[in-house]
Design a protein around this ligand. Structure first.
Ligand SMILES: NC(=O)c1ccc[n+]([C@@H]2O[C@H](COP(=O)([O-])OP(=O)(O)OC[C@H]3O[C@@H](n4cnc5c(N)ncnc54)[C@H](OP(=O)(O)O)[C@@H]3O)[C@@H](O)[C@H]2O)c1
Length: 144
């Protein structure tokens, strides 16, 4: 595992010649929100970020606070990742609109203990957001 200093140096020197595209779930609170804000700030707004989440008004407030450049694109897409049908629909929409994807960040998740219960799709609800949705979204977006 690289040292923290090596990570900091790599981040500081990150200056891509292209405008990166990033899709991030769990984007409107805590860790996800911080990642959105930090990368947008670091690249002076030279990035396309798709903020995936469940609260449009919070997402819009975050977007309004992000730095702007001629190359900035910030947009919100709704998705409840508990259901795989929603994840597949999101992936379909993303595939139709994006020519490529540089970063896919899986931050949606809920911490939960206790026994097994199932979503209406019959999968373990404790793993739906933290595992199955992440695999499904990655798999569906491999072409990008
Ligand atoms: N903080 C820690 O110490 C820690 C440690 C280990 C792992 N993690 C993991 O890191 C990730 C982010 O943690 P955090 O502390 O930033 O957690 P957080 O503040 O609870 O954020 C979780 C995010 O996931 C979203 N989310 C939850 N269920 C969702 C669903 N069904 N569909 C769509 N979005 C959903 C939430 O959106 P809403 O606002 O719509 O609920 C929220 O934006 C989580 O996966 C967490 O398990 C965190």
């Amino acid at each position: 595992m690289p040292s923290y200093t090596a990570c900091q140096q790599a981040n500081t020197s990150f200056n891509p010649s292209f405008v990166p595209t990033m899709v991030i779930t769990g984007s409107i609170s805590e860790i996800g929100r911080s990642m959105v804000e930090i990368i947008a700030r670091h690249l002076n707004g030279r990035i396309h970020i798709v903020l995936v989440g469940r609260n449009k008004s919070v997402a819009e407030a975050i977007i309004a606070s992000l730095p702007l450049s001629n190359d900035s694109t910030y947009e919100f897409m709704y998705c409840n990742v508990m259901l795989m049908k929603n994840v597949h629909a999101l992936a379909k929409e993303l595939s139709a609109k994006l020519p490529k994807l540089n970063y896919l960040v899986h931050c949606a998740g809920v911490f939960g203990l206790g026994g097994r219960d199932e979503t209406e799709e019959g999968i373990n609800s404790r793993l739906a957001a933290r595992y199955y949705s992440r695999f499904a979204l990655t798999n569906d977006l491999l072409r990008l």
